[in-house]
Design a protein around this ligand. Structure first.
Ligand SMILES: [Zn+2]
Length: 444
């Protein structure tokens, strides 16, 4: 049947229809594309309005291949948190079958899609530029992994490293400052030298040699990440509180953090903190709005043998209640525990998904549980594997299961909205909009 709606693809129209009418999951002809939404969604097919000075936008970009969040801060300062890119795996199909298909498609690498997305959403009149890149931890789905199948993978023209993830982004859009958990040593708790990490380290060396700034993320600091396009004091309501890295957790005092991991001397090498547990965590505030992001932290205590392993609970307690929380470890089975949910109590959860177990039944159950905190809450996922929709029934209760998830806080910092835009192409067509939600602290 021909599509008679001007400017609206038949698929988009169908998805809007499903969103409004059935509150159901609607598989499309691409197995990676599935929409889940309740009757709260209004079917909107319009383009996302550009960022306005004084507003805070946080885009959770849906590539299906890793985490990436791009924030445009009130003065136009741009912050990129992670730029994951899972590329061809050495065991090919056996890994691929668990993964979400490339979005919008595999004609470009995930990092190239991310760079193009960022270019479209830069503050008006500014050349594309990233003020801060913050890497939560050194895994491929956060920094970019090597393509191990292609005989001649793409190499950078800027240095001796393969293009992937953040390296693909920097190739297109200059990054000014990079913060990660391990610079310059990259040796805690062990030498970070798998092939993907070595590629990232070559990028960091080349970046620093060519004049870029690289710093180790300082847990407890509220000054390491600051607005860079306005004079100090212009937006006093905006702050980024560094919460944790390498098991050091903010203790509520300025620039201060405490160790929660035991000394490595007391541990067997096999019990060392994992890369996931060492993740960077931060809380971004604007007026009454609070946003939490902590990479792949989890709460796995190895059947009680490593009580310090529940790092996510310690960090959530340090953060306190927030409005929006990015699900730890993609909502995997060892993350987003009851205590994490109960401390953060967000109005909106965002799952950045690339696997058939993102999110899992227990994590989603915690997010939805009114036993852990009272009141409504909405869950958004950047994508869902069709198999997961079958396995995890409560996914039918989430607001959106496919598309870029854009959080927008107006200049007052007293409310926020969530827009879902298409990941099928680069049109930035809005599929649905939710909110406005009042912020917990109401601009205090
Ligand atoms: Zn991850």
């Amino acid at each position: 049947m021909p599509n008679n709606l001007p400017f609206i693809s038949r698929r988009a129209a169908l998805r809007g229809f499903a969103a409004a009418s059935f509150g159901s999951l609607l598989p499309t002809d691409n197995p990676a594309q599935n929409v889940s939404t309740t009757s709260q969604a209004s079917p909107i097919v319009t383009k996302l309005q550009p960022w306005r000075p004084g507003a805070l936008d946080i885009h959770h970009i849906s590539t299906g291949r890793g985490n990436v969040a791009f924030a445009v801060c009130p003065d136009g300062t741009t912050i990129l948190i992670d730029a994951g890119a899972l590329q061809a795996a050495p065991d090919g199909d056996s890994d691929e079958k668990y993964r979400i298909s490339h979005l919008p498609d595999a004609s470009r690498r995930p990092g190239e899609w991310i760079a193009r997305y960022i270019s479209r959403h830069m503050p008006f009149g500014r050349q594309p530029e990233i003020d801060y890149f913050i890497l939560t931890h050194l895994h491929s789905d956060h920094m970019g992994g090597l393509d191990l199948l292609t005989p001649r993978p793409a190499m950078s023209r800027l240095g001796p490293y393969q293009l992937t993830g953040v390296m693909d982004v920097h190739e297109q859009i200059p990054i000014k400052i990079i913060l990660d958990r391990a610079y310059p040593d990259y040796n805690y708790p062990v030498e970070l030298n798998d092939p993907h990490q070595l590629n990232y380290r070559k990028f960091i060396s080349s970046f620093a040699k060519s004049g870029g700034t690289v710093e180790r993320f300082v847990p407890g600091s509220s000054r390491q990440i600051a607005l860079r396009h306005s004079s100090p004091g212009t937006y006093p309501m905006f702050t980024v509180q560094n919460l944790a890295a390498n098991g050091k957790v903010w203790n509520g005092k300025d620039h201060d953090a405490v160790d929660t991991f035991p000394s490595l001397k007391t541990l067997a090498t096999s019990d060392y903190p994992t890369e996931n547990k060492c993740s960077v965590a931060l809380r971004l505030s604007y007026g009454g709005f609070r946003y939490f992001s902590a990479g792949d932290m989890d709460h796995d205590v190895t059947y009680g043998r490593q009580p310090w392993g529940d790092i996510e609970s310690a960090v959530a307690k340090a953060a306190g209640p927030v409005d929006v929380a990015v699900a730890n470890h993609h909502g995997y089975v060892n993350a987003c525990g009851a205590s994490w949910v109960g401390s953060l109590r967000p109005r909106a959860f965002i799952v950045s998904a690339w696997d058939s177990a993102h999110p899992t039944i227990p994590s989603l159950g915690n997010m939805l549980s009114e036993d852990l905190y009272a009141g409504p809450r909405d869950v958004y996922s950047t994508a869902l594997k069709p198999e997961n929709i079958i396995a995890t029934k409560r996914l039918r209760e989430i607001q959106s299961g496919n598309g870029h998830v854009v959080v927008r806080v107006p200049p007052s910092g007293r409310s926020f909205e969530v827009a879902i835009t298409t990941n099928l192409d680069e049109s930035d067509a809005m599929i649905a909009k939710f909110g406005p939600y009042e912020t917990k602290l109401q601009g205090k």
